[in-house]
Design a protein. Structure first.
Length: 657
């Protein structure tokens, strides 16, 4: 690992030209391989990912050097991070040796690898090498001996492990041969403890033989290192470059934003993604950045309930199509059932250490199926789309009755009284579903108790369009959005509150692309503000509960504390589920799945209800009408009636005003 000038020159003098020639050849092969990969990416559509470039570079350096995303899974993440830092240290140390031995010393007589600094330098590199070997051994054992379920192994993995082991072991062997000649029996040898062990293995050999062995090992080490460089573009080693690039080109828009299609583009031949050329270059880069670590697969609710979806395999299949069959159908490559199984919960993207964007790819393929083929996952979904086109809601109920839920509450539609503090965008389920109507009425009572004047749109409100959009029906979504935006703007409303995270995410983010710029809040944040301002007063009463972080409030918008603060203010003793906050498990309704029957595998809602029941809490509290609906059925299906009851946070608070 370390080297003195004397032994380095005795081995290397006279071979500098062939060494540099090999290095240049390896770098040339690397550049050619990288260009070949870039040619694959260029099959994708243009996409601007170089805005705010300075911030992108800073974020990339932080994530790459500090391994922030890798560290989120402690076991293998810690091993990978330690290996990365150790190998980086060895690279830095080797570079310093090269600078002194080949440039600074022979040309200028400058030597800095001396004295105390050289002792510390030797110790740091020695320990780094030992750490790299230990961590690589741990990762090898995990992959080949105690392989977790779902972790796939390819020939690339064998090549990578073999090369890295060979580089590290040959480095220590070379160090041992050098130390046996130059440092054995000196104080300096104790600053390279692992190298000293290797040196003792060469005990009994004469100096000429040791110099010959050292020379051979030196060349072997060089060739192995150059072999690693050459293999980067053609093996999973490419993630060294592509993951770092993916950090630079990560989506910096609000979480979960989709590309808004220009539905009036007369020159567009198709919408969505049918072939590789319909995806963006970033989608193709993602397939190279993916390391197959299966973190996304482990957190996918569809995969966990035996549905034919693995986000990891979707990315891999797209990468395979890009290389082998770019004109082939993406839907056929991925599979229809896999595409329709996605709940767009974003758990895959949140945990990915390589900044891969799974959900947009799936939605783009759904868009092509719906907009170009007229295909839906079932007749019930097609019926919901038709209902929404006619009545403005997927439930098929008359739009004129949309405000009937508020009868007797003393609130009016804006067309009758536009002077309000907030517009309550109710959503379809809170307007028509009996169970969720109770939540809507409760929320209004809470606002009234705090002295907040609430208005509604009533029959003028349409579905926000989120389920339709995530199912791929961008045209219907944009039609609904345009009507809602026009209606709200017409009343001069300043602030919008909604009890549905899907409506909240859509109005606060997606509608921005269509010109909507009003302040939008989810009711949990709104009520928590009222509580802190002492406008809403709650008398706490002790109760036990567990809380479900809905995907579109939690992962999509990072709102975790406000709902918990409300429960604590109400006197709740929270028994957290293992899967919570950013790691929360989906209820199964996202991605438009609220409109579809769950025919494949187990029911996601039942799996989540089981997690809640395991806490022993009698109440499963949520903040989303979709979640509440799913848990009503999930608790029954899982057999927890009488032991576990689904409630909304608003209902908990209203009981304690």
């Amino acid at each position: 690992m370390t080297a003195t000038r004397e032994i380095y020159w005795n081995v290397g003098h006279g071979v500098m030209l062939p060494m540099y020639s090999l290095v240049l050849l390896a770098l040339g092969a690397l550049a050619y391989g990288v260009w070949q990969r870039i040619r694959v990416y260029r099959q994708g559509k243009a996409l601007n990912r170089i805005d705010e470039l300075d911030e992108r570079l800073v974020d990339a350096l932080k994530n790459a050097l500090l391994q922030l995303k890798v560290f989120r899974v402690r076991g293998p993440g810690t091993a990978h991070a330690l290996f990365f830092w150790a190998f980086l240290t060895l690279l830095a140390g080797t570079t310093l040796i090269f600078l002194q031995a080949d440039l600074l010393d022979p040309l200028f007589g400058i030597r800095f690898l001396e004295g105390r600094f050289y002792q510390l330098f030797s110790l740091v590199l020695d320990l780094a090498g030992a750490t790299a070997l230990l961590m690589l051994g741990g990762l090898f054992i995990r992959r080949y001996l105690v392989r977790p379920e779902g972790l796939e192994t390819s020939p690339d993995d064998a090549v990578m492990h073999a090369l890295l082991f060979a580089i590290l072991i040959s480095g220590f062997a070379m160090e041992g041969a050098r130390m046996a000649v130059t440092e054995m029996g000196t104080e300096l040898s104790h600053w390279s403890p692992v190298g000293l062990l290797a040196a003792r293995a060469f005990g009994g050999m004469e100096e000429p033989a040791l110099r010959t062995v050292h020379g051979g090992l030196w060349w072997l080490h060089l060739v192995l290192t150059l072999g690693l460089i050459v293999s980067i573009p053609v093996t999973k080693f490419r993630h060294i470059l592509t993951t770092a690039a993916n950090y630079i080109f990560a989506d910096r828009r609000p979480k979960g934003n989709l590309i808004t299609l220009n539905m009036e583009d007369d020159e567009a031949k198709s919408f969505g993604a049918a072939r590789i050329s319909d995806l963006t270059w970033k989608d193709l880069l993602d397939s190279d950045a993916c390391t197959g670590c299966k973190r996304c697969q482990d957190r996918c609710p569809a995969h966990a309930t035996d549905k034919p979806l693995s986000p990891m395999k979707v990315v891999s299949q797209l990468g395979g199509s890009a290389c082998r069959a770019p004109e082939a159908s993406l839907v056929e490559a991925v599979g229809r059932d896999a595409l329709w199984s996605c709940t767009t919960c974003r758990a895959c993207q949140e945990i990915c250490p390589a900044a891969v964007e799974h959900v947009p790819k799936i939605v783009e393929m759904r868009r092509n199926l719906v907009l170009m083929e007229g295909e839906f996952p079932g007749d019930e979904v097609m019926g919901a789309m038709d209902n929404t086109e006619v009545n403005g809601n997927p439930l098929g109920l008359a739009y004129a009755a949309r405000g009937d839920w508020a009868e007797g509450l003393g609130i009016k539609p804006l067309e009758e009284d536009p002077e309000v503090d907030v517009l309550y965008f109710v959503g379809c389920y809170a307007s028509f579903d009996k169970r969720n109507i109770a939540v809507a009425r409760t929320f209004v009572r809470l606002c009234q108790a705090a002295g907040v004047k609430v208005g509604i749109l009533g029959k003028e409100e349409k579905c926000c369009g989120e389920p339709m959009r995530k199912m791929g029906n961008e045209y219907l979504y944009q039609s609904l959005a345009a009507e809602n935006i026009g209606t709200i703007r017409g009343y001069g409303v300043k602030r919008v509150v909604t009890t549905c995270p899907h409506c909240f995410n859509t109005l606060s983010k997606d509608y921005r692309d269509l010109g909507f710029d009003l302040e939008v809040e989810h009711y949990t944040v709104f009520l928590e503000h009222l509580l802190r301002q002492r406008r809403l007063k709650v008398k706490p009463g002790r109760f036990d509960c567990t809380y479900h972080d809905s995907c579109y409030l939690g992962r999509y918008n990072d709102i975790f504390e406000a709902p918990r603060a409300l429960l604590q203010a109400a006197g709740g003793r929270l028994r957290e589920m293992e899967r919570r906050e950013a790691e929360s498990f989906c209820c199964g309704a996202g991605g438009g799945r609220i409109l579809a029957e769950e025919k494949l595998g187990g029911r996601i809602s039942e799996a989540r209800a089981t997690m809640a029941a395991e806490t022993g809490a009698p109440l499963l509290v949520s903040n989303c009408p979709f979640c509440l609906t799913m848990f009503e059925d999930g608790i029954k299906g899982a057999g927890f009636e009488g032991r576990l009851a689904p409630r909304d946070i608003a209902e908990i608070l209203a009981e304690r005003i």
